[in-house]
Structure formats: structure tokens, C-alpha cells
Design a protein around this ligand. Sequence first.
Ligand code: SAM
Length: 299
Amino acid sequence: MAELRVQARSPALSQPAAEDGLLGPAAIRELAQRLDLRPTKTLGQNFLHDANTIRRIVRTAELRPDDVVLEVGPGLGSLTLGLLPAAARVVAVEIDPRLADLLPQTVADRRRDLADRLTVVHADALRVTELPGPAPTALVANLPYNVAVPVLLNLLELLPTLDRALILVQAEVAERLAAPPGGSAYGVPSVKAAWYGQVRRAGAVSRKVFWPEPNVDSGLVALVRRPPPPGDRAATFAVVDAAFAMRRKGLRAALARWAGSPSAAEARLRAAGIDPADRGEQLSVTDFARLAATDPVQP
Ligand code: SAM
């Protein structure tokens, strides 16, 4: 994991279009040309080029002046430039070395006054195990879409100081993350996110504000951390995975392998006060935690 510090370099990039230094379409084009960047789908590289969307995301994040913001995937710096005035520090974790390398210069060119608030870390957010500097208090990110859920869950687990998150994800993922029990959108991401906090959708974002334009809609999701339900996280997540692997089946059948047999599953479900005919989508995270805490049935 390499930490990159702001270094003066020339030639300077074009002057900021707005006084807040945010990146518009021309600046995004210029930065991409400078790197000869061809955005990849594998890394979910869809860059925001609309200052109003950036301002809206930052407003919705309700940052406090003392917040240490963790941004995953800063890309060309669109959101980073919006976050810097609103927080004490921004720690930006970027997997693409060319983007990680360019970001300090972009910030120095456009918001030199705030450049010392930024730390860029060249790393994979799925594998990161420690971060430099003060512990992050808020995650604000336009996440790479194909790894959005694992990145979110990984960081919530790794960083107990993160007490809020506002993430931009594919609309379908936003719906799943925020879904309450009982509907078809409710599944593994909904239950696991609910382990960490209260989740709600925080607005739709048009595909027109990205370059390149994705072929899916996007949405914001806000999470506010709360104490998890009593019980063991790994054990709870194991039963959640088992229940939704066969989501159309009743829990007695779906959890047979997890419990050892259908009758053992039934005994544990009854011990947790859950009807064995229920399906996984009817259970809240607290129900799953209670079920995981029941005693295994001896064969
Ligand atoms: N924040 C920028 C914006 O809003 O314009 C870029 C967002 S783009 C959707 C996702 C960014 O995440 C890209 O810069 C990509 O290189 C980076 N990325 C992809 N996978 C990553 C990972 N596993 N860890 C850290 N960064 C990642």
C-alpha cells in the first residue's frame, strides 16, 4: 500500500471552471487525455462530470467540519474536490495507479488551499487492512459498481469508527441494500448492511452525469451505524447466506445443510421462535442473529 503525497509538477492543468474548483465535462476530458485514459468496465470507471451532482452528494452526506472522510475510488477527483471543503481530511483509496498518482496534482492545481487535507492511498479497497492518519468517520464514495457491496461491507467491518456512509451505486443495488424484509429486493446485501446500520435510499442520479455514460441507472444509499444485534457476525452471516442460497424454499429445507438435517433446522428455527415454513426474505437481521445463536442439534 503506497501513500502518495502532494507534489508540485508541471505543466499545470487547466484552470478551474468554477470558483469551488469542481470538475466539469471539459476538465474531465482534459484529465483523461492527459493520462490517455480508456475507462474500464472491470474497474467500474464512470466519472462524474456534473458539479451540481457533486454538490448534492456532499450536501446529502451532511458532513461535519471534523469528519475524516474515506473516499473509495476517487478517480479523476470529481467528488474529492467537493468533499475537501466540507471535512477535516479526505483519505482517498484508488486501485488504478495512474489515477492515484494524478490526484494530488489535480487537487494542488484546483484547490491548493485544501491540498494538505488529502491523503491518497494506492490500494484495493477490498484488500485494504489499515489506513494512514486519523480513523475515518464517514464513507462517501461513487463506488465501482461491480464490487460496491463487498467494498461497503468490508469497510464497515474493518473501520468501526465509520459511523455514516453515503454511497452512489447501481439503482438496483441501492434498492437491494435498502430493502426491508418481505419483498423480492430483500436479500443478502440488505440483511448484511442492516447488521451495521440503518439504511435508506437517498435519491436517484441520472446516467447523464457520468463519463462514460453507464447503461444502468444509479442511486444514492445512506447508512447510519447503530449497534449490531446481539450475537456473532460471522455465524449470522453464514445462516443468511444459507437461507438466501435457496430463497424460494421454506427455511426448514433451505437450512437443512447448515443445521445438519431438515429436522435439526426445524428444531433450531423453533428454538429461535421462527416458523420453519417461513422463507428467508421474511426474517429481519435480528431474527437471523437469534437463529445463529441457537444451540446446534446433535445428530
Ligand atoms: N469518484 C470518481 C467520480 O465520482 O468521478 C470515480 C468513481 S468510478 C465509479 C470508480 C473508481 O473506483 C475508479 O476510479 C476506479 O479506478 C476505482 N476502483 C475500482 N475498483 C477499486 C477497488 N477495488 N479499490 C479502490 N478503487 C477502485
